[in-house]
Design a protein around this ligand. Structure first.
Ligand SMILES: *Cc1c(COP(=O)(O)O)cnc(C)c1O
Length: 422
């Protein structure tokens, strides 16, 4: 049993809220968190995001602010920018976007006009809402055309992407997504963007940490713009960055502020700087390689237990399972696994015959368990729990789910989570 992190002032002022925070900490400690977009930040990142930098307004950019008193804030932001540039090898970095979605919106503002055609991967194929999908502002203010993956392989068909791009002539082409288990071929996208006169945006939100750690090819120099969140595999605070060559620096900065946002969240900028410092250490390279090794090992163990994986496996941190052969809907499986202490999310699979809020698949990832120190030797146990959990979901065996929950908690107790109390 872990003791909650001390928050004495919070506990005194608002015990109700403090209780919820403590309960969340316990949940994160006891469960096996397999949502591929989540992670555990370090105590240092947690501390930086809870500092007095919270109190400061700093609209503008370092050296060009609309408020005085920037003696320290300018240095904080300059540090974050310098570390982003060094880590990813880019000429320009903007660390102010509030999160991944506003970062992408800033890209539209910088390079397109409302009504323009934009191209991205369809959401049900693994793309992101902000890549021009209908229910998103990006799909209503812009004309989104969408590519997918091949039915037989689960892989992107570049002939189809090229054909669509040449026919539709989009202003922007987005590559990257939220449920893509395979390596993104940035060079292939860049060639198509060049042929069709589009700006190529590599949205590496999910894989930024893998790129930083050398476990996935870099979109530099292929992409015109790189958009990323900072809170997924990069293991920083909830935030985002936009990176590019110098030629696009002005357009991007202007779009973020004053185009879209007001004052930057300086406490987040500080925590991003800390996360980038951590990601530049040799231990983070080891982490990134281990995330992928664990995902590959887990995929093998799941295949051995008869699970159907989209594209047949994984190259990165993420596995997309189609549960159709198991005859258990994704949502039923996800909710049962949650009761078993295994946190996943239900997800569409390509060409899913079911509805998005009740799809056929489950999406799992290894960033969080790797942060806790689990290795390839543990993946058979993880696959076993998933297998037993999905079976119990089908038969409604709540006792079996309870048993798994105890076993999971026991293993997790031996692998304290970074950032949480040991
Ligand atoms: C997570 C994600 C985003 C959005 O990030 P938020 O911080 O949730 O707004 C954008 N694009 C991709 C590919 C993502 O995975």
């Amino acid at each position: 049993m872990t003791l909650p992190l001390p928050h004495p002032a919070l506990a005194a002022t608002d015990p109700e809220l403090a209780g919820l925070v403590a309960a969340e900490e316990q949940l994160q400690a006891e469960t096996l968190r397999l949502i591929p977009s989540e992670n555990y930040v370090s105590r240092a990142v947690l501390e930086a995001s809870g500092t007095v930098l919270q109190n400061k307004y700093s609209e503008g950019y370092p050296g060009r602010r609309y408020y005085e008193g920037q003696q320290n804030i300018d240095q904080v932001e300059r540090l974050a920018i310098a570390r982003a540039k060094a880590l990813f090898g880019v000429e320009h970095a903007n660390v102010q976007p509030y999160s991944g979605s506003p970062a992408n919106l800033a890209v539209y503002l910088a390079f397109a006009d409302p009504g323009d055609t934009v191209m991205g991967m369809a959401l049900p194929m693994g793309g992101h809402l902000t890549h021009g999908w209908g229910v998103s502002a990006t799909g209503t203010w812009f004309r989104g055309v969408q590519y997918g993956v091949r039915h037989d392989t689960g892989l992107i068909d570049f002939d189809e992407v090229r054909e669509l791009a040449l026919k539709e002539r989009p202003k922007l082409i987005f590559c990257g997504g939220t449920a893509l288990p395979r390596t993104i071929d940035f060079a292939a996208f860049a060639e198509i963007a060049r042929e069709s006169g589009a700006v190529l945006v590599a949205d590496v939100a999910h894989i930024a940490g893998l790129i930083a750690g050398g476990a996935h090819p870099s979109p530099v120099p292929h992409a015109d713009v790189i958009s990323t969140t900072t809170h997924k595999t990069l293991r920083g605070p909830r935030g985002a960055m936009l990176m590019s060559r110098e030629e696009h620096a002005k357009a991007i900065d202007k779009a973020v502020f004053p185009g879209l946002q007001g004052g930057p969240h300086n406490q987040t900028t500080a925590a991003i700087a800390v996360a980038l410092h951590e990601a530049a250490q040799p231990s983070f390279r080891t982490y990134a390689q281990s995330v992928v090794a664990n995902a590959k090992a887990l995929a093998e163990e799941l295949l051995a237990r008869g699970f159907d994986l989209v594209s047949g496996g994984t190259d990165n941190h993420l596995i997309l399972m189609d549960l159709t052969p198991k005859d258990v809907p994704g949502k039923v499986a996800a909710k049962a696994l949650d009761r078993a202490g295994i946190v996943v999310n239900y997800n569409t699979v390509p060409y899913d015959p079911r509805k998005p809020f009740d799809p056929s698949g489950v999406r799992i990832g290894t960033p969080s368990l790797t942060s806790r120190g689990l290795g390839t030797q543990h993946m058979a146990a993880v696959a076993d729990w998933i297998d037993r959990g999905v079976t119990a979901a089908g038969t409604g065996d709540e006792d079996a789910l309870g048993d798994i929950r105890s076993e999971v908690a026991e293993l997790m107790a031996a692998f304290p989570a970074p950032g949480l109390s040991a």
